[in-house]
Design a binder for this molecule. Structure first.
Ligand SMILES: Cc1cc2nc3c(=O)[nH]c(=O)nc-3n(C[C@H](O)[C@H](O)[C@H](O)COP(=O)(O)OP(=O)(O)OC[C@H]3O[C@@H](n4cnc5c(N)ncnc54)[C@H](O)[C@@H]3O)c2cc1C
Ligand code: SF4
Ligand code: SF4
Ligand code: SF4
Length: 496
């Protein structure tokens, strides 16, 4: 290569670098984010691309990661070249035909959840006889703020069904009921995971709706960052002085969860999402779809301001419905712009990368046999520990297994949280039962046991030398909120 050529190459590289720097201006991607999201989480493939593109980065062969050797300008070029970061808009929020900022024009719907767009679309579809039923989610009349999926057949019921309930709703069950009842044209409103279930049932070679019970389903997806376990979240609200029966609206906005007794007034209470993180449904930690990428029409609030909705019409029919509903006066629509888009992209990215930060915690209760047990384990009268009856009909709170270490005379018990939300102040009681009498009771308290987390407890046995092990070990668990949630007797017998 001649000197001239090499100068030219260098200039082209610099030109390219500056050009991309300009394109990325104003974005929040940086080397710090690359380290946080990709390197420190163990997602980095050690391809070295980041170091190869930036003049102030080099590859640290000892640490096996990029290293800064100069002043970082925070331009974000490294972040945007990395094969493991998610940066392209169509990957962050799916393909769509048209984006809108929308709000209702129907007087009874104004002042609802956000812009009332979902309810207005349903009203339009019923009035125009485009659907004969819709699947929506309403509040359970017997349990405040618990969701129930419902089949509705009128505009009046669509208006009654407006509002968000931030918990999983069994919408697909209602959809199947609607199909069994011979409804042929159905609007289906659901979170992205609900929409995915329906898409799979239609598209998968073994999908239930592909070959069997054909129906036309228009899917209206709600944006969704997370949902919460009502059995855990609502007792927390109640403990904090909230009267759930008085709550008229719940709303997530700019990282805060608000509760309103009067939707037109200030919230009665607000929490940061971080404060409520432990009540999040565990499935949502593994979810990467913010904007219901597989829906015909996706509707959310982020990016569009108060009393408005951000809407993506993704399919031909979705676009036609939005345009016609606006033309017939059900909706007000404006074109979508870069400001709306950037807000959605920012949140979509947070959701896509959140899965990188999941690290399963395994708690071991380490016990030194030489030490006295009293420091960790205390005995209390049982009556003091158990206050409330466990709710009926819920799934199993805990699963347990045991391993016997005959040499060290330890029974290792593994207890796993199977309920799917955090169990707080979990008291575990282990006791030896001999001829109906309880001996050597131990109680230990676990402050927080996260969903699907396992703790291991070592319980010392009294095995007399030369005698066979024949012992019953009773394991019980309780929490202040649910009372006794687990009870199982393990029979220890000598190996045959
Ligand atoms: C669990 C959850 C999390 C959400 N998170 C976000 C978020 O992070 N960012 C964001 O921009 N938007 C989020 N949304 C969407 C937002 O709350 C609104 O639903 C959306 O903006 C539509 O507003 P709207 O005024 O058109 O709603 P409305 O016209 O009031 O219609 C709402 C529709 O949602 C249905 N619905 C209510 N609860 C559920 C449920 N649990 N499952 C299925 N359908 C339900 C109702 O039946 C009704 O048809 C979330 C919604 C839910 C349910
Ligand atoms: S200067 Fe730009 S490319 Fe280099 S490390 Fe900083 S953010 Fe990354
Ligand atoms: S570009 Fe990404 S994956 Fe490749 S070495 Fe850098 S951080 Fe790791
Ligand atoms: S975060 Fe994902 S899994 Fe959780 S409710 Fe929303 S769409 Fe479903």
């Amino acid at each position: 290569m001649t000197e001239n050529n090499s100068e030219k190459t260098e200039t082209q590289y610099e030109y390219s670098f500056e050009y991309i720097q300009k394109k990325l201006e104003g974005k929040k991607d940086s080397f710090g984010m690359l380290m946080k999201e990709i390197v420190r989480t163990g997602v980095c493939t050690e391809c070295g691309t980041c170091a190869a593109v930036c003049p102030v980065l080099e590859w640290d062969h000892i640490a096996g990661q990029p290293k800064l050797i100069g002043k970082c300008t925070g331009c974000g070029i490294c972040y945007n070249q990395c094969p493991r970061t998610i940066t392209d808009p169509h990957i962050l929020m799916g393909e769509f035909r048209t984006g809108y900022v929308a709000n209702t024009n129907i007087p009874e719907v104004i002042g609802g959840q956000d812009g009332g767009t979902v309810t207005s679309i349903l009203c339009y579809l019923f009035d125009e006889h485009l659907i004969d039923a819709a699947v929506v989610t309403m509040k359970d009349l017997s349990k405040p703020w618990h969701p129930v999926a419902q089949i509705i057949t009128s505009k009046e019921d669509a208006i009654k069904s407006s509002g968000s309930i931030y918990s999983h709703s069994q919408t697909v069950e209602a959809l199947m009921d609607a199909i069994r009842q011979d409804f042929r044209s159905i609007a289906f409103v659901g979170t992205p995971c609900n929409i995915d279930a329906v898409k799979k049932m239609f598209d998968s070679p073994t999908g239930m709706l592909k070959y069997f019970m054909r129906a036309h389903v228009l899917s209206i997806g709600l944006f969704c960052m997370d949902s919460f376990a009502p059995e855990a979240l609502y007792p927390f609200f109640e403990k904090d002085g909230i009267d759930l029966s008085k709550v008229q609206k719940m709303d997530i906005n700019k990282g805060k969860f608000h509760l309103y007794y009067d939707p037109q007034a200030e919230p009665v209470k607000s929490y940061t999402i971080k404060q409520l993180d432990k009540f999040k449904s565990s499935s949502c930690n593994f979810c990467t779809d913010l904007t219901a990428e597989n829906a015909d029409i996706s509707v959310g609030s982020v990016g569009s301001g108060a009393n408005k909705n951000t809407v993506f019409a993704r399919t031909g029919i979705g676009t036609e419905i939005m345009e016609d509903a606006a033309e017939k006066g059900y909706l007000e629509i404006e074109p979508f712009n870069a400001i709306n888009l950037n807000a959605v992209l920012f949140l979509a990215k947070l959701k896509k990368v959140a899965q990188y930060n999941i690290q399963k915690r395994k708690v071991f209760i380490v016990r030194d046999l030489a030490e006295k047990e009293e420091a960790r384990i205390e005995t209390k009268p049982e009556a003091e520990q158990i206050s409330v009856k466990p709710p009926l009909g819920t799934r199993k709170f805990l699963s347990a297994s045991k391993t016997l270490n005959e040499v060290d005379q330890i029974l290792s018990l593994s207890l796993t949280n199977t309920i799917g939300y955090v169990l707080e102040d979990l008291k575990i009681r282990v006791v030896t039962v001999e001829e109906l009498f309880e001996k050597r009771p131990w109680i230990t308290t676990i402050k927080e046991l996260f969903p699907f987390e396992t703790i291991e407890i070592g319980y010392p046995l009294e095995i007399k030398e030369g005698e066979p092990i024949v012992t019953n070990i009773l394991v019980e668990a309780s929490t202040e909120t649910f009372g006794k949630i687990f009870s199982r007797t393990f029979k220890l017998a000598p190996k045959e």
